[in-house]
Design a protein around this ligand. Sequence first.
Ligand SMILES: CC(C)(COP(=O)(O)OP(=O)(O)OC[C@H]1O[C@@H](n2cnc3c(N)ncnc32)[C@H](O)[C@@H]1OP(=O)(O)O)[C@@H](O)C(=O)NCCC(=O)NCCS
Length: 169
Amino acid sequence: MIKLRKFNLSDLEILYNLFINDKVLKNLLISFKAKEITLKMEKDWLRKVEKEYKSKKPESYHLAITLNNKLIGSIGANHIDYNNNSVEIGYWLGEEFWGNGSGTESIKKFCEELNRQFSFKRIEAYPFTHNKASARVLEKTGFKCEGIKRKAYKKRDKYMDSWMYSKIY
Ligand SMILES: CC(C)(COP(=O)(O)OP(=O)(O)OC[C@H]1O[C@@H](n2cnc3c(N)ncnc32)[C@H](O)[C@@H]1OP(=O)(O)O)[C@@H](O)C(=O)NCCC(=O)NCCS
């Protein structure tokens, strides 16, 4: 069963080992290759995530994805826009956990949680156009495609196109 919970520092090693995979990273906004990501970078990220939990108006909000209480990935809200009540989400699962419905279930649960906590009008996601699985999970969870953001993200030396998806409440 998929559950979302807050991260804590004891997640560090499992999270790191799931994350340092180029097949995961090629779909995310960061430009690092797996071999460039250190345990310290991941620890700093977790510390920042924990700090944001204490804020009444966090800039971002990330949760651990667990399957039968085992950490399998991460889902989060970036760029929380309190003026317009909108937010962008991002997510990933360790490769061994792909293709079993966990991504779909996690997005559903995260949108519910975001609305319990923050009452957003609009939730956005921007999968790269090569990322068919991500576009599909968004469609399965009620997101609508609004078009393509062309060459909107620079990943290393390449400009990437992204689908623009949103869900309105
Ligand atoms: C994207 C991701 C979260 C999806 O999670 P998941 O648990 O594998 O997804 P689900 O099993 O819930 O659903 C996947 C859907 O995509 C479809 N799919 C997978 N690969 C596909 C492909 N190459 N072309 C078309 N559809 C594809 C599956 O058939 C399934 O749809 P269906 O239920 O209608 O058959 C996961 O693959 C992942 O973590 N990828 C790496 C990181 C990433 O891409 N993050 C998103 C950044 S925007």
